[in-house]
Design a protein around this ligand. Sequence first.
Ligand SMILES: [Cu+2]
Length: 166
Amino acid sequence: MCLMISTSVGSIHKVGDSAGWTTIANVDYYHWALTKSFQLGDVIVFEYNPQFHNVMRVTHAEYKACNASSPISTYTTGNDSITIDTRGHHFFICGVPGHCQAGQKVDINVPRAPSVAPSESGSASPAPALTTEAPAPSNGATTPPLNMHLGWLLLLQLACIVFGLS
Ligand SMILES: [Cu+2]
């Protein structure tokens, strides 16, 4: 649920902007990434000709070494949208021999601590909202009414939205 909400809130970044994901435009993807500020829930779009390129998510070591032998995941549609739902670095390379070495590699970094939070930074984590649902007063009494559940749901959604925006 959180994912759905934050996806609708997050922004979309097309890798390489108008050039897309390629080797011929000499895009400096490292600097491209530096000009962006990635947030949780953002969508990274790789647009390329699937006959010539692909996208592989790899580890930092593989990214540095341009090692495409054991990617975490591989994308081959030519128009791949990847939602960034964890903080930290996300490394992507093109798995076609020579392309990563030619610079077709990008590091999407979502800062661990939100540097510019527009809202109050009381952002522990969205998880506690879930746990509050567990200790429902169940001392043999009746189950809480439906609209109470809805209230929690609304609160959780709100938390998600606030978190997604920060
Ligand atoms: Cu390529």
